[in-house]
Structure formats: structure tokens, C-alpha cells
Design a protein around this ligand. Structure first.
Ligand code: DC
Length: 223
């Protein structure tokens, strides 16, 4: 039998909807590169804040973005974005970045800067010998890879999501980020037509991953 071909799995969803946990487990199960695009937006946000470039100052933002070198380091099964050779620090999960990231992510120039970089992760995955990639974010199935082999949209009740963040010991502006991410003009968070919508409110993580795995295995012809 022919080996399964290179596969692209897209997972979109709101803050704390379970994207990262499920993407990590799928990456292990199917030998995929895990690409967390939220961490890319967070890293750019932290860098722009560090440089004192506000999301509202478009000329300064354009200049700063134009000068940034984005490269990738593969660590285990994860793609880490390096900005001018530097990996992201813990500050990308800070309250300050949580508060600002959706404002930067709403700027078309910021999204444009990451568009080609994100698509280029397929080459990184191939060059590193993975069988495909699983990319999570807000616009993966709608904009980055609308032709992905499998597209999932995860959602969960906001109260449940707040509990998940609290259990991780993290503070997050979940409702406000979702409001900004769904209402922006460029690439808003939405369940694209044809994507598989999974409500994880009453599902455990293994149950979510099982549902996704069934679809991926069927797609790979190994079900
Ligand atoms: O997945 P996350 O919560 O770490 O993402 C942080 C923010 O980045 C999110 O609130 C909006 C933005 N984002 C985006 O606009 N598009 C993506 N593909 C991924 C993240």
C-alpha cells in the first residue's frame, strides 16, 4: 500500500477552545508538525510592544514589520518562530500581551506579514520529514489553508473556557479577545463553510482528539 501522503490539518477556534492541546496530541499521533499561529501573533505583539510601536501607528508599524526577519526552529514536533533570530519568551503569555494581541492581529499589515510565513510551514514540515502539519489559529481553514485536507472549528461555552484557563493558572481576556477576533474586518474568526464544527463544552480532550483522529485517518485512507 502507498504511504499516506502529506496532510494539512487546520484547527480554528476562539480563545481557550482546546486548539493547542488537541493539535499537540494529533501531531504525536499522526507524525505532524504542530504550528501554533497564535504564538506567532503573540511573539510579534511582544516584539512591537518592546519596540514601543503601537498598533494604531501604521507608518511606524509598516517600517518595523518590514525590517523583521522571520525564521523557524523546529523543536520536537513544534514550529517555533524566531524574530531576528530570537525565540519567543514567556512574556508572550503575559496579561499585557493578552490585552494587546487582538489589536495588532486586526491590522491587515500584521496579518500580511504572517501570511506567507505561515504557508511556508509546509516546506518546514516536509524538510523536517513530517507526514504533514497541524496548524491552529483563527483563519487557518478560511484564509491560510482553505484547501486543507481536514478543517476543524472548535468551540466551547465561555464559562467552561474560563474554567480551563483558571485551571492552567492563567489570566486571559477570553471574551474581549473573542469579540475583537470575530468582529475585525480582515480574516475574522469564523467557522468556514465545509469545516467540521466540534462543540467541546461537554467533551473531554481525548474525546475531541478521537473525533478528529477518525476524520484524519479516513482522509489518509488508514481508517
Ligand atoms: O491562539 P491564541 O489565543 O494564542 O491567539 C492569540 C491571538 O492571536 C488571538 O486572540 C487572535 C490572534 N490570532 C489571529 O488573529 N489569527 C490566528 N491565526 C491566530 C491568532
Amino acid at each position: 500500500m502507498a504511504p499516506p501522503s502529506f496532510i494539512i490539518v487546520a484547527i480554528d477556534g476562539g480563545a481557550a477552545s482546546g486548539k493547542s492541546s488537541s493539535a499537540r496530541l494529533l501531531a504525536d499521533r499522526f507524525d505532524l508538525l504542530h504550528v501554533d499561529t497564535g504564538s506567532f501573533y503573540r511573539h510579534l505583539t511582544a516584539e512591537l510592544l518592546r519596540r514601543g510601536v503601537p498598533a494604531t501607528d501604521l507608518p511606524a508599524l509598516r517600517t518595523a514589520l518590514g525590517a523583521l526577519q522571520l525564521t523557524t526552529r523546529v523543536e520536537g514536533r513544534s514550529a517555533r518562530m524566531l524574530v531576528d533570530g530570537q525565540p519567543a519568551g514567556d512574556e508572550i503569555r503575559s496579561e499585557e500581551v493578552n490585552r494587546h494581541v487582538s489589536h495588532y492581529a486586526a491590522v491587515p499589515e500584521v496579518r500580511q506579514t504572517l501570511l506567507g510565513y505561515q504557508r511556508g510551514q509546509t516546506e518546514v514540515a516536509r524538510a523536517s520529514g513530517f507526514r504533514g502539519l497541524v496548524m491552529e489559529g483563527r483563519d487557518i481553514g478560511s484564509v491560510i489553508f482553505p484547501q486543507a485536507d481536514c478543517r476543524f472549528f472548535l468551540h466551547a461555552d465561555p464559562v467552561e473556557r474560563a474554567k480551563r484557563r483558571a485551571a492552567e493558572g492563567r489570566q486571559d481576556s477570553i471574551a474581549e479577545r473573542d469579540r475583537l477576533d470575530t468582529s475585525r474586518k480582515t480574516s475574522p474568526l469564523t467557522c468556514p463553510p465545509g469545516a467540521i464544527d466540534i462543540d467541546s463544552t461537554h467533551l473531554t480532550l481525548p474525546e475531541v482528539v478521537e473525533k478528529m483522529s477518525t476524520v484524519i485517518a479516513a482522509r489518509q485512507g488508514i481508517a
